[in-house]
Design a protein around this ligand. Sequence first.
Ligand code: GSH
Length: 256
Amino acid sequence: MGIPDENIHPTATGNAAKTVAEHQAKQDLVFYSGWFCPFNQRVWISLEEKGIPYQYKEVNPYKKEKHFLDINPKGLVPAIEYQGKALYESLILCEFLEDAYPDYKPHLLPTDPFERAHARLWIDHTTKAIIPAWHRLLQGQTKEQQDAARQELYAAQGKLAQEVKGPYFAGEEFGLVDVANAPWVAREYILAEQRGYDSAQVGNGWSEYVERLATRESVGKTTSEEDKLQVIYDRYLRDEAQSEAAKAIRAGRVIP
Ligand code: GSH
């Protein structure tokens, strides 16, 4: 007995479909991906930025099929198999790609230990403050809930914006803080259309930063058609989604 969330479009579309088609050959690294998922897109962007050879395999994580649970017992995308061994969790996977493919550039984390830790601080802020507020605004059903979440999101994004050296977080080089935020930034139009979100309200150059991330080639190459995504987000906007993340937000828990 499945959940309605299972009935998503089965494959990537648009630009992302072309990228999928280019990554069908067998490789050391198998990327188990859900085309629609922002966490997943972080890993996909990293792979594309670095030009790492990978084999793309689409997974519908809502089906919780045994072959996938063997790879990720949490049943969530993204996951990878590297030389036959499985790993999961978007940010851990992004760091793994840095460690396992040191010769593939750009390096998405700075080499200087302080700068590395500083980047991780703001990735942590993204995880703990920006993403939860984003999803609370998406799923909030009352005006009060939406107003509170919108203000929370402006404040959290404003703090990060203050740290952006420009054009990217760490300066000239696109890096992991940018990767961690790009998928949500690229979906901000949903909040703008449906939740009165206005990126100009964030201040500190956020709108310009958003524009730079959303138009980055690796983001475009991993983005599917809006109408396919809209069907999925409509369920979140009605607060009907049954994903683990949606249930956690509804219950006031941390996103798993
Ligand atoms: N913390 C995880 C990460 O960063 O990789 C979150 C991954 C996640 O929530 N993925 C969603 C998923 O697989 C798709 S966007 N959902 C299936 C489910 O909730 O049952």
